[in-house]
Design a protein around this ligand. Structure first.
Ligand code: NAD
Length: 261
């Protein structure tokens, strides 16, 4: 195992499940001190247990917070800085999927709910973490967009608006903060098998969601779902100094699906 995060502090939102958990385990195994944020206390406890298995004795600060709340965001950032004195990597990742529906049936409240967590939450994270990194003269941010943020997927008005917005925020902040030694990137995962995707397949067919999953990936060039560890590996690279000149751009991790005609 490499050791790219020895002595480094990595802050992860949505750290209580899926992609956030996978990234947490990966960077902790390489020496990172972690601050994990989630609305789910249980999720955070489960991630801490996974981290302990992969990296016994790793430091893990658990913060229960809602990323769509400015007060909570201020609190999770200041708790991290109080505990560790700095933030080297920020995986700005928490998000929800929202209900699937045609635009006309999408519902304005649902639109606001999805945008508030998936877009406003990412903006707030940037607003409070970037000044810390600017002060240090270093740092790397990885925002979680989606293939739904670079392509039209359908039935996802709120998610599409939010994730395209995350790509916009990434370009904007990357251009602003590069001069301070800080890079801002986004990832655009395709279908990665996490609890979120399981819930999404259950919206398509509650009883036969595994079959629905097979049909879903049959059009992927690689004919399978991505694994959370594969995303964790990418995020670790993007948070590390190895990727220091990658800035203001989006990296797809989707088996090539977003590139095919
Ligand atoms: P997940 O549901 O397994 O994990 C998301 C975590 O975010 C959960 O622990 C949840 O409690 C937390 N969360 C939700 N709302 C929150 C809030 N308001 N404040 C703090 N925490 C909150 O899902 P995942 O698949 O790991 O998704 C992580 C990110 O990846 C999301 O932004 C999602 O949109 C994105 N994404 C996932 C996929 C995929 O295929 N899994 C594809 C593209 C993008």
């Amino acid at each position: 195992m490499e050791d790219r995060f020895s002595g480094k502090v990595v802050l992860i939102t949505g750290g209580g499940s899926g992609l956030g958990r996978s990234a947490a385990v990966r960077v902790a195994a390489e020496g990172a001190r972690l601050a994990l944020v989630d609305v789910s206390e249980q999720g955070l406890a489960d991630t801490a247990a996974e981290v302990e298995k992969a990296a016994p004795g790793a430091e893990v600060l658990r913060i229960t917070a809602d990323v769509s709340s400015e007060e909570d965001t201020r609190r999770y950032v200041s708790a991290t800085v109080e505990a560790y004195g700095r933030i080297d990597g920020f995986f700005n990742n928490a998000g929800i999927e929202g209900k699937q529906n045609l635009t006309e049936d999408f519902g304005s409240d649902e639109f606001d709910r999805v945008v508030s967590i998936n877009l406003r939450g990412v903006f707030l994270g940037l607003k409070y973490v970037l000044p810390v990194m600017k002060g240090q003269g270093s740092g790397s941010v990885v925002n979680t967009a989606s293939v739904g943020g670079i392509r039209g997927v359908g039935n996802q008005s709120g998610y599409a608006a939010a994730k395209h917005g995350v790509v916009g925020l990434t370009r904007n902040s990357g251009v602003e903060y590069g001069q301070f030694g800080v890079s801002v990137k986004a990832i655009a995962p395709g279908a990665i098998m996490t609890p979120m995707v399981e819930a999404s397949l259950k919206q398509i067919d509650a009883d036969n969601w595994e079959k629905a999953g097979e049909a879903f990936v049959s059009v992927n060039p690689m004919k399978r779902f991505g694994r959370p560890e594969e995303v964790g590996n990418l995020v670790a690279f993007l948070l590390s100094e190895e990727s220091g000149f990658i800035n203001a751009t989006v990296v797809a991790i989707d088996g090539g699906q977003s590139e095919q005609y």
